[in-house]
Ligand binder design. Sequence first.
Ligand code: PHB
Length: 397
Amino acid sequence: MHRRPPPMLTLTVAAALAWGTAVSYAPLARAQAPSGKIKVGFMLPYTGTYAALGTAIENGFRLYVHEQGGRLGGREVEYFKVDDESDPAKAPENASRLVKRDQVDVVVGTVHSGVQMGIVKVVKETNTLLIIPNAGVDEATGPLCGPNIFRSSFSNWQPGYAMGQVVASRGLKRVVTLTWKYAAGEQSVKGFKEAFESRGGKVVKELSLPFPNVEFQAQITEIASLKPDAVFVFFAGGGAVKFVRDWAAAGLKDKIPLFASGFLTDGTLEAQGAAAQGLETTLHYADGLTNARDKAFRLEYAKAYKLQPDVYAVQGYDAAQLLAAGATAVKGDMTRKADVYKAMEAARVDSPRGAFTLSRAHNPVQDFYLRKVDGRENKVGGVAVRALADPARGCRL
Ligand code: PHB
């Protein structure tokens, strides 16, 4: 899988770097296209609290490519992989490995908002196509937006904003928030607060703990003593499992209404069991959607992986659909970057979540569902906010 580039190309890049000059990748890329394979670089977490999320994204992506006979735009697809460990400190080096060593045509990554910032930096410097299959970091489709940066998932602002509307509509007034202290949690809370406070609510306390800590006792005790009308949280993956169980074990499940963006209960219900029953969340995917696309996707995913898909699998699948839109338009010649970007920008993605288009900043404009946990499902209860577009503050495109 991880073939080295031919020795001559390695030398060219090394020499250019040594001279401190800007490296132009265009000639290298042209030498390979369009006869070779399309190189897809997965930069995802395969270890740590988000490991299952990374795997689901890769599964979804591969499923779509497999359904196209392993080809996009007439060219075979070849995969390269890096485990980013959800570690922001290693992100620039990991992204450079894919872009410079493996010379991928597109980076598909990642899950963690902090790691995403490192990837964005590298793809901006090299004009490499990036498809973000999860991380919501607002900057990527805000002040750092770019012609080569696309997202098949959501901005952190979006699900938080949707839940702020829901909680306000219930007449709940005083809310405490709790998240991991990094962009995903902080920006979710910001979105929540914007919708909630503009509708008469008040966030009375914002609590946090470092990522990926799972010792929630101090914060749970503080919430119990504050006695708010409701709590809004952001957690995901392994940490979400632990939080939901700890919340129930502390006896708060039937005392203080708990709301969250849907990551709290997506891909986690088997492990959360009884502790999660009845939890309400907002997300751009849900169980029990009735569109034909979702039905077919779920069937094929379950057949291929012996697993039920979740939001992460959908985002991976749709990342591949976005790439397909670009690759098809140029008949696989990924060196025609401007044409690839143009086709991706105009794509209407026939997603299992429901069809979506992209905003000016390349972020999905999509419905946010209100879901309620019932058994092992996040059952759809309706649409909380229809066609919600991230405001893309600071994006000049
Ligand atoms: C993020 O870091 O942006 C992130 C991580 C996990 C999620 C959602 C967002 O489930």
